[in-house]
Ligand binder design. Structure first.
Ligand code: HEC
Length: 212
């Protein structure tokens, strides 16, 4: 039994050293113009989807069919997202072309999940170029973009331009139109429309504080 445990330990150490060796050798490419292998890409995608799904399950979705919410989302989308995620009728942008992973053209999506979209927009996605907008925007403004994204696939090029022009423009939901990283947003995160605390992490905590 001891022998088996020892062999396993040696094996794990050897694998760890081999992994470090590969990293140290510099053979792994971090170039954004060299895609991952198909297997690595699938594994990373699986990890991303599971990580987001577990967290998005705690998000409470408010009513999204309020016209003023959708309209606010249109202005914010045009100001902050279009360069990467495009607009109806536009095939690509210089910024998007150079990014890896490439930002999806959000007007081309066939399905979207509001809780998933909210979580991704609020927290961003590590090492992908997708920023965490929750650092500067109120939850309500993020919900505005989620609401607008639901209408995007059905928008024509002209419909999009009209929706953006009719919007009050770029706003963060806190009365400012500039990022305010130090703004306290705790109240805005309370339910509904926020995220429920993780039971295990916040037992007995009725402040509804969240991970950062
Ligand atoms: C600098 C580029 C960039 C900007 C700006 C950006 N995103 Fe993203 N976004 C990305 C990338 C890259 C991904 C995909 C990451 C991946 O494939 O893992 C992404 C993914 C997403 C997704 C998930 C899409 C899906 O169906 O999987 C949503 C929703 C999203 N972004 C919304 C937004 C919104 C709303 C804004 C503006 C407030 C925004 N993004 C601004 C780069 C960007």
């Amino acid at each position: 039994m001891k022998k088996v445990a020892l062999s396993l330990l040696v094996l794990v150490l050897a694998a760890g050293l081999a992994g470090l060796g590969v990293l140290w050798s510099g053979t792994l490419s971090v170039a954004a113009d060299e895609p991952h292998s198909r297997t690595l890409h699938r594994l990373l995608e699986l990890g991303r989807e599971r990580s987001v799904a577990v967290r998005a399950a705690r998000v409470r979705v408010p009513a999204l069919d309020r016209p003023e919410l959708v309209s606010q989302g249109a202005g914010n989308y045009a100001a902050m997202c279009e360069g990467c995620h495009l607009r109806p009728g536009v095939g690509d942008s210089e910024l998007r072309r150079g990014l890896y992973p490439q930002p999806p053209a959000l007007a081309m999506r066939t399905a979207s999940d509001p809780a998933r979209d909210f979580w991704i927009i609020k927290h961003g996605l590590k090492a992908t170029g997708m920023p965490a907008w929750g650092r500067s925007m109120e939850d309500e403004a993020i919900w505005g973009m989620v609401a607008f994204l639901r209408t995007l696939p059905a928008q024509s090029r002209e419909g999009y331009t009209t929706a953006v022009a009719a919007s009050s423009g770029h706003s963060h939901g806190d009365g400012s139109d500039a990022p305010s990283p130090s703004a306290g947003h705790e109240d805005a995160r309370e339910e509904p429309g926020g995220e429920k605390p993780v039971a295990a992490d916040h037992e007995g905590d009725d402040h509804h504080a969240h991970e950062h």
